[in-house]
Design a protein around this ligand. Structure first.
Ligand code: IMP
Ligand code: MG
Length: 174
């Protein structure tokens, strides 16, 4: 695989994201809602880099199945979502690719009467985006390559890597 973003660059960017989030919410309480499973590493670093009264929540959404890099049907599991009524919610995902995942999740949270809903991602594959909105926060724009590490997986592998790397064609079997 080909390393794209070093671990130290990610840590710097996550701390910058923390400052930007503090600037926006100005001391107001916030629920950071991580999208399982890809956001868990980012979630755990980010919540320790934001000085606000924070609650952590989780929602599960998956569109990839096994050893493939093409999207399948999006399956959302709402059973883990905490009460977000009257709360500011920041939906946090690993990557904004086509954008369909966050596009589907935003109204689900709005319908639970959140006070506001914004979105943050580590990576944005801008040339793949198919929706008419952009994430409110992103750390890095990346080219159209399949990437792993820092939470992102291929067939559930590589999530634990502290850096972001692009898989070579021969490493992708599906
Ligand atoms: P979207 O709905 O197309 O924006 O896709 C978002 C989801 O697809 C993310 O939460 C990731 O789980 C997954 N995904 C998209 N691109 C990649 C990639 O390059 N590597 C690993 N997962 C990816
Ligand atoms: Mg994901």
């Amino acid at each position: 695989m080909k390393k794209l973003i070093e671990a130290a660059e990610i840590q710097q960017a996550v701390h910058k994201l923390g400052r930007d989030i503090e600037d926006w919410y100005q001391g107001e309480p916030l629920t950071i809602l991580g999208v399982l499973t890809g956001s868990v590493i980012l979630l755990s670093d980010l919540v320790r880099a934001v000085e606000l009264p924070i609650k952590i929540g989780l929602i599960q959404a998956s569109s990839y199945r096994g050893a493939t890099t093409t999207r399948g049907e999006l399956v959302i599991n709402e059973s883990l979502i905490p009460n977000v009524e009257h709360r500011h919610v920041l939906l946090l995902d690993d990557i904004f690719d086509t954008g369909h995942t966050l596009q589907k999740l935003i109204p689900i949270i709005e319908n639970r009467r959140a006070r506001s809903v914004r979105t943050a991602v580590l990576l944005w594959k801008e040339e793949r985006t198919e929706v008419d909105f952009a994430p409110d926060y992103h750390c890095f724009k990346i080219p159209n390559e399949f990437v792993v590490g820092y939470g992102l997986d291929y067939n559930d592998e590589y999530r634990h890597l502290p850096f972001i790397a692009a898989l070579e064609d021969h490493e992708i079997t599906g």
